[in-house]
Design a protein around this ligand. Structure first.
Ligand code: BGC
Length: 755
């Protein structure tokens, strides 16, 4: 289908392009003669249009946020957007998921108008949040949310989940995925913890590489099973002081660089095509107006060449929320000056009108527009949209939602689920065990999946997929008549708890499925870290029956359960395990699968002690006063197995490290009777440093599988790079001195000599 290409590009290429040399193109944008020719022929309005992203609602029948059902495009509105305003990008889902057929119809029609009815015929790029699978396409494969993916410590599964997601997004005719979230989980109160890869830099970096290459391939090409990834939200979004979404963060430059930047740097190196900017403010400056972050750091330092899109309404918010822009026009100027390429406006045309005005009056140069338009058009070209803007033939996507995708989802869920407690080896259960399954998460599709599931908040049960097994369904399928269900309570109130307590008398074991209803962003803000009181009360009542109690958690973030933890004989953290999470949980409960997930964050015990595992020494020092400040419920990296792994022979190849590095090894033996997977974790502690060192940092890990009685020597290569931290001058440095290496509690030391 070279015809579309002809229409949009070839025409302008043939008019020999003279006068633009590499010198006149921004140093950060690759030079492409086709694109330069096209840009040269564009009006200011057409350029501004390319920089505009609108919500699907704006071109659909009905009111914004209240569309006519079933969804239909509105031909007049579509014409206004694409023909009159030259809009270059559309996003979102009009309120809920659609069938694949409907998506293909929508995209096909938008592309038809964009390429046939506009002067230049430039295709649009459609963006969507497919953050744990193609969640806005009905029938797609839904995976565990990112936090669960991180708990697997298995990059292969994460890459495979991203590949399948890309395939299913493309099967829906869409080419741009607003994923992955690369914000580090440094405030467990935040409503979007479940969207992150957890609190540790190394783990999150490794998962970042897996996700980006899974979505895009080694480099982004026009491969019809890949999508453009969007690393988000640049930068420092995830540590608001209050824990509330989009409220101010106060982050030192050292912290910003050492903890929040590495995932994004990794994503840039992995070829991430686009970035979304953080909606919040850092140290008093909204990031959308912060040139130091959006241009100096992102472009000059990281060398990012792709497209920077704002987050939802964020230019407008510089005026009406952040109050740094006295008028909307100032807001547009500030964001353009900071360096954004595309405005997720997304519900009106004010951005277009104001940006055109700013250019016409000379406040913003047309060359500035060219820099952004160039990046956007290059992205469209890379994705093959000029050659073929239409969704590829439907029968090219026969694997959509198929069993092999579901299997990957199940394996990911199985490796993510984390066994936090197992007193007296209560788990696994025998198939004959009589079980009462209870609690709000037991028979809930929404609580398996979390937010961004068929709708934004993921709470509307209208979209439940009846073919998906809930936790109760999956247990019942395996345990048959031995398994019964009474809900007992919702997430916030007791319901038929009397019936549950009566039923409990007849069983051997109670499985209580507790946690949070899905939520994200501002609707997910909480005032209190504790698990809801009704659920805590209910657990106490269940425990009073004297029956062994197994707690299953599905939650957006670690809710405090200190008071009920002693009442529970076993505890499993499921995160939001996705469509196959019920089956995965049942397989673990009945011992068909040996759990191997590890916590990707520190689970707090007290609301006033929200510390990271890699906190500073002063945060644990005042034990003399009875205030052992680091006393979490469970720490990062923790997770039990049904077998026992014994560690021995921690060995270091040299007690001095030079630039050549050194080798650390340890023997791990499975001394139990079941095959099992273990994450061997190597931590380093810098004994003394010019910037107060953390007590320890994860520097390497390997996930291994051992047969019963099998032992293996695990070897890690360490180099001076792994000793580095961000110093007072904001450069990464490794200082000479003593370092402790620890693996599973055993410790040895070496001296680093910088040659
Ligand atoms: C979220 C982004 C998301 C965007 C588009 C925003 O509210 O912060 O993560 O990609 O909406 O749906």
């Amino acid at each position: 289908m070279v015809m579309q290409f002809t229409h949009a590009l070839r025409h302008f290429v043939s008019a020999t392009f003279i006068g633009v040399s590499m010198m006149s193109v921004s140093a950060q944008s690759p030079y492409d003669p086709d694109i330069e020719a096209l840009i040269k022929n564009m009006t200011i309005e057409e350029k501004v249009g390319q920089m505009t992203q609108l919500n699907l609602d704006v071109i659909s029948k009905g009111e914004i946020y209240n569309l006519v059902e079933p969804h239909q495009l509105d031909a007049e509105k579509l014409k206004k957007a694409l023909v009159d305003y030259h809009v270059g990008s559309i996003l979102n889902c009009g309120g809920h998921a659609y069938t694949r057929e409907h998506w293909r119809e929508i995209i096909g029609e938008i592309q038809r108008v964009a390429t046939k009815e506009t002067r230049l015929g430039i295709p649009i790029i459609y963006g969507i949040d497919a953050i744990h699978g193609a969640n806005y396409t009905l029938g797609s494969t839904l995976f565990p949310q990112q936090i669960g993916q991180a708990a697997t410590f298995n990059e292969m599964l994460v890459a495979r989940a991203a590949e399948i997601t890309a395939y299913e997004v493309r099967a829906s005719g869409i080419t741009w995925n607003f994923s992955p979230v690369l914000d580090l989980m440094r405030n467990p109160q935040w409503s979007r913890c479940f969207e992150t890869f957890g609190e540790d830099v190394l783990l999150a970096k490794n998962m970042t590489h897996a996700a980006i290459t899974g979505y895009q391939g080694a480099t982004l090409t026009n491969d019809p099973v890949k999508v453009a990834a969007c690393m988000k939200h640049f930068l420092g979004y995830s540590m608001p002081r209050t824990g509330m979404d989009r409220t101010p963060a106060y982050i030192s430059d050292i912290l910003l660089r050492e903890y929040f930047l590495p995932t994004f740097q990794e994503a840039v190196q992995s070829g991430a095509a686009t970035v979304m900017i953080n909606s919040g403010e850092i140290n008093g400056i909204p990031v959308h107006a912060n040139k130091k972050i959006v241009t100096d750091l992102l472009r000059t330092e990281l060398g990012f060449e792709g497209v920077a899109v704002t987050d939802w309404e964020d230019i407008m918010k510089l005026n009406n929320f952040h109050k740094v822009a006295p008028t909307m026009k100032d807001a547009v100027r500030m964001a353009i000056d900071a360096g954004i390429d595309m405005s997720m406006v997304p519900n009106n045309y004010e951005f277009c009108d104001l940006l055109v005005e700013l250019v016409k009056e000379g406040t913003i140069t047309e060359e500035r527009l060219d820099v952004s338009v160039r990046r956007i058009l290059i992205l469209k070209k890379k994705l093959g949209l000029f050659e073929n803007p239409m969704p590829a033939a439907d029968n090219n996507y026969a694997a959509f939602g198929n069993a092999s995708g579901k299997l990957v989802s199940q394996l990911t869920a199985e490796e993510s689920i984390t066994l936090l407690k197992n007193a007296n080896q209560l788990l696994p259960l025998d198939a004959k065990t009589k079980i009462l399954v209870t609690g709000p998460g037991a028979d809930s599709y929404t609580m398996l999946n979390g937010a961004w599931t068929r709708t934004w908040q993921g709470t509307d049960t209208k979209w439940d997929d009846p073919s998906v097994a809930s936790i109760y369904d999956a247990l019942k399928n395996m345990g048959g008549e031995n398994v019964q269900y009474v809900q007992g309570c919702t997430t916030s109130a007791l319901s038929d708890y009397q019936a549950a307590l009566t039923a409990a008398q007849q069983v051997d074991v109670i499985i209580a499925c507790m946690g949070e209803l899905p939520s994200t962003e501002i609707p997910g803000n909480i005032q209190d870290m504790h698990l809801d009181k009704a659920q805590l009360d209910y657990i106490s009542m269940l425990s009073a029956t004297g029956k062994p109690l197994i707690l299953l958690l599905t939650e957006s973030r670690p809710r405090i359960i200190r008071d009920i933890e002693p009442n529970c004989n076993a505890i499993l953290q499921l995160y939001y395990p996705g469509d196959m999470g019920g089956v995965a949980a049942a397989n673990i409960i009945y011992g068909k699968v040996n759990p191997s997930g590890k916590l990707p964050y520190t689970y707090p015990k007290y609301a006033n002690a929200l510390l990271w595992y890699d906190h500073k020494h002063t945060e644990t020092m005042d034990v003399d006063f009875g205030n052992d400040a680091f006393d979490p419920q469970w720490t990062f990296g923790y997770g039990l197995s049904y077998t026992i792994f014994e560690y021995s022979n921690l060995y270091i190849s040299n007690d001095t490290m030079t630039s050549a590095g050194l080798t650390v090894s340890v023997t791990v033996k499975n001394t139990g009777s079941r095959v099992g997977k273990e994450v061997v974790q190597l931590y380093l502690s810098d004994q003394f440093a010019s910037i107060t060192p953390s007590v320890k940092r994860l520097k390497a890990y390997q996930k291994i599988e051992l047969q019963p009685q099998e032992s293996r020597v695990i070897t890690f290569q360490l180099t001076p790079e792994q000793l580095q931290f961000v110093g007072a001058d904001l450069q990464w440095i490794a200082e000479p001195g003593w370092f402790d290496v620890s693996i599973n509690g055993s410790k040895t030391s070496f001296y680093y000599k910088s040659n």
